[in-house]
Write a protein that binds this ligand. Structure first.
Ligand code: IPE
Ligand code: IPE
Ligand code: MG
Length: 256
């Protein structure tokens, strides 16, 4: 009787195996995710693109929970790139409403879970309502010391690096720093991510395998993990599969 195979039990056993296999001492501290594929998720269902963005927004909360459960310290999520302004205005407007909607719905829970919200990106170009909602959330969670949920909003690495170069040049010409002082660490201080360690693991959903201007400097030695799943379908099982695969990588940093 014990040999009867029930498919739903098999699935549970597989999940359990991954959980058991995750070693507590070798988890990535900083995970960055390119949340891609909302539009295709919607199209596959005959829905408008914004329905995919809405579903994707709700999935952020699920993934934050899984990150918390696995004691990830920093979760950086690519929410809007400096290139995404090229999209139709109606889609951009919708995307700009999502941070406010996300925070209206989930901020109390995030506060309860001790999550600290931070951001990277250029906030000057954002609509006032988007900016205000996010800045309030950063403020309200600033004394939390759990998971850092770092939202990349109007973020682009090339812009970040060029801004950094301009400020380094200004500091050199005003004698605040000497040219000889410029090294990896000093340059890193001029980036949006100055207070964060580099990502250990970068995940991209939707089958695309490119960075799309995300964390170019910071991902010099990051491990990459790709899945064909669209962002709204990226779930606990896939996330833990990525963590498990990460634990089997050999990070050499140029050594042997
Ligand atoms: C990711 O999904 C969300 C953003 C870029 C804001 P997409 O909107 O890029 O979805 P696809 O890639 O068109 O399917
Ligand atoms: C990257 O996705 C940006 C975000 C997920 C926010 P895109 O959909 O904009 O990237 P490309 O255009 O396919 O490279
Ligand atoms: Mg896309």
């Amino acid at each position: 009787m014990l040999l009867i195979k029930l498919p739903f039990l098999n699935k549970k056993t597989a999940d359990q195996t991954i959980k058991n296999e995750l070693k507590q001492d070798n988890l990535p501290k900083h995970v960055a995710i390119i949340m891609d594929g909302n539009g295709r998720w919607a199209k596959k269902r005959g829905l408008p693109r914004f329905a995919g963005h809405k579903q994707g927004m709700d999935n952020v909360k699920n993934i934050v929970r899984v990150a918390n459960k696995n004691k990830i310290q920093i979760l950086t999520l690519y929410a809007f790139s400096t290139e995404n302004w090229k999209r139709p205005k109606s889609e951009v407007d919708y995307l700009m409403k999502l941070p406010m909607e996300f925070l209206n719905t989930y901020l109390p829970e995030l506060i309860e879970e001790n999550v600290r919200i931070q951001t990277i990106g250029d906030f000057n170009e954002l609509p006032q309502h988007t900016r205000k909602a996010v800045e309030e959330a950063v403020d309200k969670t600033s004394s939390n010391n759990g998971l850092i949920l770092n939202i990349a909003l109007n973020y682009g690495s090339r812009y970040e690096i060029i801004q950094a170069i301009k400020r380094v040049a200004t500091d050199v010409s005003s004698n605040n720093i000497a040219i000889e002082d410029i090294d990896d660490d000093l340059f890193g201080e001029y980036l949006y991510t100055k207070h964060l360690q580099d990502p250990d693991l970068l995940i991209r959903t939707s089958g695309e395998q490119r960075l799309s201007n995300f964390l170019l400097w910071q991902s010099a030695y990051t491990e990459f993990w790709f899945t064909d799943a669209f962002w709204p379908d990226f779930d606990e099982i896939l996330f833990e599969k990525a963590l498990n695969d990460y634990q089997n990588r050999k990070r050499r940093y140029g050594g042997i």
